[in-house]
Design a protein around this ligand. Structure first.
Ligand SMILES: [Zn+2]
Length: 301
């Protein structure tokens, strides 16, 4: 029952409420990493945020949150694919010094040159169609503040996002004022004010310690809520031997020859799930030519 993103409407459709709490998914997604606690928390918050944002959209495809940091975190990428399969990758600077209390800003925007983008990539993208890219200003000291600002400025939707993560749990809550649709008047004009005041009382320990359903129940118990959806979230990586072979092809035969000469084989680890793909000289040559190695090969252990 856990690891779901929950969607509700409040105040006769005037306010959207979403909550997510990920335990198994988060641990599976992150089990091969040993990140400093502030970086771990940041990545967990990004994962929770990706599911909340994906749940706000009527969209069939992948939502990607990508941060190019100018601080200790060089790159953080979280993808929430259609059907709420999430995966994440992170790269730190080799000599990064990270204090226990480092904030989101300390990690990715120490000099004001960090960049944060949201990419929406439709599942059935037409030839020539570009994915949508939205730029999220890195304001304030938390990821949630940046997202609040993004919704208010780019989407004209007043929004409050709360995020928290530790080793065991990645969780979040989103409340958003809904736009009036199709000329339909919002009857409950006070609903947004009530919702944001209630949401503001959430504590970090509650987000991390309670199932999403219970978080919503505790905050909004006085409000009749319409349950819109309960969608399971899971870890999912779309890497494959075929895709790695494609990367080798792009590197070209000269580069591959030089790796083979040095190491006797080509090994590639998926940056998201750490699965290792190995190609011996024959497999690598076939991959570069785009040959039959596209099928799962003998060198995969
Ligand atoms: Zn993978």
């Amino acid at each position: 029952m856990s690891d779901q993103v929950l969607k509700f409407l409040m105040g006769d459709g005037a306010v959207r409420i979403e909550a997510v709490s990920l335990t198994d998914t988060w641990r599976t997604l992150n089990q091969h990493r040993n990140l400093p606690p502030p970086v771990n928390a940041m990545l967990g918050e990004l994962v929770a945020a990706s599911t909340l944002l994906a749940a706000t959209l009527k969209f069939n495809g992948s939502l990607v949150l990508q941060i190019q940091g100018d601080g200790p975190v060089r790159l953080a990428v979280v993808e929430c694919a259609a059907g709420f399969g999430v995966r994440a990758a992170i790269k730190l600077h080799a000599d990064a010094e990270i204090g226990d209390q480092a904030s989101f800003r300390d990690l990715v925007n120490t000099q004001g040159r960090g960049r944060f983008v949201i990419v929406l990539d439709p599942k059935d993208r037409l030839p020539g169609q570009q994915p949508y890219t939205g730029f999220v200003p890195l304001v304030g000291s938390t990821l949630a503040e940046s997202l609040d600002y993004y919704f208010a400025s780019s989407e004209q939707l007043p929004t409050l996002v709360h995020l928290a993560a530790n080793e065991d749990c990645a969780a979040g809550l989103l409340v958003q004022r809904m736009p009036a649709e199709g000329g339909k008047e919002v009857t409950d004009t006070d609903a947004w004010d009530r919702a944001r005041h209630l949401a503001a009382t959430i504590k970090r320990e509650e987000l991390l310690g309670l199932p999403a359903q219970e978080v919503v129940r505790r905050l909004f118990w006085e409000e009749p809520l319409d349950v819109k959806a309960e969608q399971p979230v899971r870890f999912s990586c779309s890497c494959s031997r075929e895709k790695v072979a494609g990367v080798l092809r792009m590197l070209g035969s000269a580069e591959i020859e030089s790796i083979l000469a040095e190491q006797g084989k080509v090994s590639v680890n998926c940056e998201y799930c750490d699965t290792r793909y190995e190609f011996d000289a024959v497999d690598a040559a076939m991959a570069v030519r785009g040959g039959p190695d596209a099928a799962p090969g003998s060198a995969l252990h």
